[in-house]
Design a protein around this ligand. Structure first.
Ligand SMILES: NC(=O)c1ccc[n+]([C@@H]2O[C@H](COP(=O)([O-])OP(=O)(O)OC[C@H]3O[C@@H](n4cnc5c(N)ncnc54)[C@H](O)[C@@H]3O)[C@@H](O)[C@H]2O)c1
Length: 414
């Protein structure tokens, strides 16, 4: 446990590390709306961002959290129960390790890791300290992802053999204005080529397939397209003269194919620098049926009639997953309020933080642990290696064999 015993933890005192877009949004729209949470302190190397967040918290809750000069000073002075780590990618692991060492539970935002050493350090520190840790992969709590997982657990889709997901999000503006907005993605896209953000698509798939729990990812192959999207976008931006002619390394599309021990194939796509709509394309193909997020469509053995014109087949079923909601949509999604839907990513952020807080207070195991964090995030540096060498790359078993007997654990009861 963290600083307090479980019985005492009526209110969870959160320290916020990283007061950028995400840290600010989560603090104001989620943490400040939870009655049993108090935001006790903030650290960001950009003090103006930390002060801005502290002032906004004061507007909402009446008391301003103190702003500190380092994460260590914040942790030592406030002795918080939990830390929200919403820093830029390269600081996630160092700040998390510091908190875990001090017995402060960690809610670590998703991001990227750079080498195996970071994953090993996370696991070693957690195994030694047993301080509660959860990777805050909110898409695992998404309505479509949880609905499809419930459908799958009930056997409606048979046995899964293929899952697909994507992070399809036009980030050209966010990347290009990174210099002006002090955002880390600009440097990342200039110097590296990899699936830099694999967990939104992989996380829910790994949960469904029981990765680290009876199953594991064995190897991957990644390939990248050319990097042309950002340069073409920048040609239209007269207000960014300093970036004209810059050579970006990050391919516009990175595809990764992962082979699992139990025979499933996972396909992932990073797709962030071309014109597109937002989608995660969560898809499950089983021996008895399919679920497809983009069309919110279920098709089973009972429903096979189709036209050879795909649009005709698809239009006849578009959104038909809703017919299954009565029976299979998890209760949290039936009970969600309009305010919670408004608060963050259509409601999944509220559900995710509720689960973190409840697990912490009740001393329950966190549903996305260090082994999941390492297995999902390692795809970032392994995809980089596969693209560079052209070779298939083995994926480490971070559980050291324990995956063989660990039972399936969904992020909520389904
Ligand atoms: N789950 C989601 O849906 C979601 C959405 C957006 C962002 N994120 C994640 O949230 C994180 C932050 O993203 P963002 O868009 O807010 O970026 P941002 O650049 O706006 O904010 C990151 C902040 O972290 C600060 N920082 C850097 N090192 C730090 C340290 N050692 N201690 C404390 N703060 C430090 C930076 O100064 C910056 O203000 C990223 O990991 C990102 O992947 C998740």
């Amino acid at each position: 446990m963290g600083m307090k015993g479980r019985e005492e933890m009526k209110t969870i005192r959160f320290a916020v590390c990283g007061a950028g877009c995400r840290g600010t949004g989560l603090t104001l729209d989620i943490l400040c709306n939870l009655a049993d949470v108090e935001v006790c302190g903030v650290f960001d190397p950009y003090t103006d961002k930390a002060e801005h967040l502290a002032a906004k918290v004061a507007e909402k809750r009446g008391v301003a959290p103190k702003v500190y000069a380092s994460a260590e000073a914040l942790f030592d002075a406030e002795k918080p129960d939990a830390a929200l780590v919403s820093t830029s990618w390269e600081a996630h692991i160092p700040v998390t390790l510091l908190a875990l060492e001090k017995g402060i539970a960690v809610a670590m935002e998703v991001g990227s890791v750079y080498d195996e050493g970071e994953c090993r350090a996370l696991i070693e520190t957690w195994e030694r300290t047993r301080t509660p840790f959860m990777l805050m992969e909110n898409c695992c709590f998404g309505k479509d992802e949880l609905f499809a997982t419930a459908l799958y657990r009930a056997g409606v889709l048979g046995e899964a053999v293929y899952c697909h997901g994507a992070y399809m999000h036009d980030l050209r503006e966010e990347v290009s204005y990174g210099g002006k907005n002090r955002h880390y993605r600009l440097g990342e896209y200039s110097t590296r080529n990899r699936d830099n953000y694999p967990t939104h698509d992989l996380g829910p798939i790994a949960k469904l397939l029981g990765i680290n729990r009876g199953n594991r990812m064995v190897s991957l192959v990644s390939r990248s397209s050319a990097a042309k999207g950002l340069s073409a976008y920048l040609e239209t931006r007269d207000d960014l003269p300093e970036l004209q002619g810059r050579v970006f390394r990050q391919g516009d599309i990175v595809e990764t194919l992962i082979t699992c021990e139990n025979g499933e194939l996972i396909s992932l796509r990073l797709d962030t620098t071309l014109p597109t709509y937002y989608s995660r394309e969560f898809t499950v193909r089983g021996t008895k049926g399919l679920y497809e997020q983009t069309t919110n469509l279920v098709m089973t053995d009972e429903d096979l009639e189709h036209d050879f014109e795909p649009l005709v087949t698809m239009r006849a079923r578009l959104g038909n997953a809703e017919q299954y909601y009565d029976k299979y949509l998890p209760k949290v999604w039936k009970d969600i309020t309009p305010e919670e839907i408004e608060a963050g990513h259509g409601g999944m952020d509220t559900i995710e933080f509720r689960v973190f807080c409840d697990c912490l207070k009740e001393g329950r195991e966190m549903p996305i642990d260090v082994y999941d964090a390492a297995a999902w995030m390692c795809i970032a540096y392994l995809s980089e290696e596969s693209i560079r060498t052209g070779k298939e790359v083995p994926i480490p078993d971070f559980t050291n064999g324990a995956y063989k007997t660990r039972p399936i654990q969904d992020v909520i009861e389904l």
